[in-house]
Design a protein around this ligand. Structure first.
Ligand SMILES: Nc1ncnc2c1ncn2[C@@H]1O[C@H](COP(=O)(O)OP(=O)(O)O)[C@@H](O)[C@H]1O
Ligand SMILES: [Mg+2]
Length: 404
């Protein structure tokens, strides 16, 4: 396979583009939040710089509306407890935990790139397809990270029995370094002294319905094999650009999952490695006992049937650079602006008033970190697959993206 190498932000080296319109970073703990990286059901994630200097981080701060709910506060702490035990190149690393105005936040390694969900949406909107090698690399890396998470141990060496439980395109980030990382262990569960007493009551309702396993939607006990199912649903979606299980309501989606019928991909796409459907079929067995024994085994099976069709890290890096160019350029600009334009005033604040987090949410003029610029994606079409069978953009249904 081949990709055209494109510069990340060809016009970014002019002073005008490095210093865009004035907007002030906002302080949260010992960090300056510069831009919004993303937002989920639980938290908003900011691109931030440590005040003490050093590389940028991703600061995940619990939504204000959830800050008073001890159940959600303990979920963030539980996420910290679990991710803190993980050290793997395919999992976003936790650097620390803090609190801001009573709300907990996590400090994670910043991943320059974009979510697999964004790539799916962009390809769909352009009427193109994700290259098969890229989709396979996403799955293979994600499975590596998940396998590491499933086998994670605490400081005493005791196995955590960690299960992510919310594997989906939005929780897989592809970096410009050519690696995919699993993020968002916000509804993950592990053995051990759980900090999350309140959330177990509604535990099975958390996560995104469309990617849940049959045992998850039924509210039965889940283990690592539930993540295998969700990853297979994610891979199916990357290759077909439509959700595998759909429905007008979350209940209808859950019913489709419980029924478990799914359409084979090989008749749909002629460029798939032979045997891929068989691998997916095993990962999508309704009975977890019939799936692969581990995420690692599913990964081996994918590599076994796809072999050289899997994109290399370099090829993925080129793809991400093209697809995420506007986002990455915006984030680099925010970092450059903070470094150049605000270094003086921020180091010597004129006012002693600590910046309130309200400043982030209800901005006065220039009082908010810049939201990401509308993407131009001028290079994305080149990175995508023009493929024969036209991809029909089908609307995501109401059943997707619903989290309790
Ligand atoms: N470490 C990170 N680096 C860069 N972006 C991130 C990082 N973590 C999260 N994001 C962005 O923030 C979004 C929401 O983060 P996530 O952890 O999934 O929050 P939630 O629990 O609310 O779903 C992600 O989809 C991604 O776009
Ligand atoms: Mg998420």
């Amino acid at each position: 396979m081949s990709f055209r190498v494109v510069p990340l932000h060809p016009k970014a080296m002019t002073v005008e583009s490095i210093l865009p319109s004035a907007s002030k970073p906002v302080r949260v703990g010992e960090y300056l939040c510069l831009a919004v990286l993303g937002s989920g059901a639980m938290a908003r994630v900011y691109l931030a710089r440590p005040l003490a200097g050093g590389p940028p981080v991703a600061l995940k701060l619990l939504h204000r509306r959830l800050g008073r709910d001890p159940g959600f506060v303990s979920m963030v702490l539980e996420e910290a407890r679990l991710v803190g035990c993980l050290e793997h190149p395919c999992v976003a690393r936790l650097q620390g935990v803090g609190a801001h105005a009573g709300r907990p936040f996590l400090v994670l390694d910043y991943i320059e790139g974009d979510s697999v969900e964004s790539f799916v949406q962009l390809a769909r909107s352009l009427g193109k397809r994700l290259p098969v090698p890229v989709a396979l690399r996403v799955a293979v890396d994600a499975l590596e990270g998940l396998d590491a998470a499933h086998g994670a141990r605490d400081a005493e060496g005791v196995g955590l029995s960690l299960v992510h439980r919310d594997v989906k395109p939005g929780n897989l980030l592809a970096g410009v370094d050519g690696r995919v990382r699993v993020v968002d262990f916000g509804v993950a569960r592990g053995r051990g002294p759980s900090l999350r007493a309140q959330r177990t009551r509604t535990g099975h309702a958390l996560g995104t319905v469309a990617y849940m396993s049959p045992e998850q939607v039924a509210g039965r006990a889940v283990d690592a094999r539930t993540d295998q199912w969700s990853l297979a649903v994610t891979l199916w979606e990357c290759l077909s650009l439509r959700p595998l299980f759909e429905g007008a309501t979350p209940m209808a989606v859950a019913a489709a999952i419980a029924e478990g019928a799914w359409e084979r991909l090989e008749p749909r796409r002629g460029d798939l490695p032979r045997g891929l459907d068989a691998v997916l079929a095993r990962a999508l067995e309704r009975d977890p006992a019939r799936r692969y024994a581990s995420a690692g085994e599913l990964r081996e099976a994918l590599l076994g049937c796809a072999g050289e069709a899997v994109a290399s890290a370099r090829e993925l890096a080129v793809f991400v650079a093209a697809m995420a160019a506007p986002r990455v350029a915006g984030e680099r600009r925010a970092l450059a602006t903070a470094a150049m334009g605000f270094a003086g005033p921020l180091c010597r604040p004129r006012s002693r008033r600590p910046v309130q987090f309200a400043d982030l949410r209800s901005p006065g003029p220039g009082g908010r970190p810049p939201e990401r610029a509308a993407p131009a994606h001028e290079h994305a079409p080149d990175a995508l697959d023009h493929g024969p069978g036209a991809v029909t953009a089908r609307r995501a249904t109401a059943g997707r993206g619903c989290r309790a």
